[in-house]
Ligand binder design. Sequence first.
Ligand code: SF4
Length: 325
Amino acid sequence: GLKTYFPLTRGLVFQRKIGDIRAVDDVSFSIVRGQTLGLVGESGSGKTTIARTLVRLYKPTAGQIIFDGQNLASLEGEELRKVRQRIQMVFQDPYASLNPRFTIGSLIGEPMHIHGVAEGRDVHERVLELLRVVGLRPEYYDRYPHEFSGGQRQRIAVARALAINPDFIIADEPVSALDVSVRAQVLNLLQSLQRQFSLTYLFVSHDLSVVRHVADRIAVMYLGKIVEISDRDELYTAPQHPYTRALLSAVPIPSPQIEKQRKRIILSGDLPSPINIPKGCRFHTRCPMAQDICREVEPAFEAKEGREHYAACHFSERVAQLGTN
Ligand code: SF4
């Protein structure tokens, strides 16, 4: 499993190590080419650390990252740079991710120069083509980021990510900073680009209702671990982990009738610190189903009824009793 721990040191002088922040604590998953894996969890669950570890913004403490047969965890220098070119990130905040002093044309063209995918007039042509592909006008080429809305800026950031023909895109909360009215447009754009360019996505979000629109499979993270992973529809209809069930119960349903009948599961307490992860099942301090064994024995992450549906809970067969959506 993949682990990313950040050593925690106290004091500038002694740098005495007092523990590790176990941001990503032994997780294993795979993403099918051409599909979208949604990675869901509260802030502090480790999902952004996974995303950043996959592109080697962080070096993992242990484990492998296999991308097209190569282990990214052990690559360095030129080899790493080459593979990273095939993986691009789209971030949450389109205001922070675009340098305000550059025109849209140079922002989208810059990665092409850096990675040598196009030169001279070709760059100009390709930028115009990308503007069209993400639904922006050619005359935006000479304008600056501040002239655009959040949704348009995110389209520009997506065009920039596409500039060097990646295979894999990691989108970290790509619509969370946008107005609700433009979220669906950006999500639709991402989906149509996926079909057009055979892209594979890791879509990171705290919001299950957003992930539902885009993901083929969904992984749910809690305190550095993936506690459940399954096909999207099965995760929504038959969750096998009480944490997933609780998250689903908080997703608003646009029907007052159903909203009235459904059972909300309110989790008690706060997310524990990743320095001090609870013994046994890490969710036991907040789980409405916890028993004695949960405080002692960590549940295995195992397939439920032989399907491609995995969960880490001693009592997953009882999750349905927590009530239905
Ligand atoms: Fe809850 Fe126990 Fe299952 Fe953990 S193992 S999720 S504490 S029931």
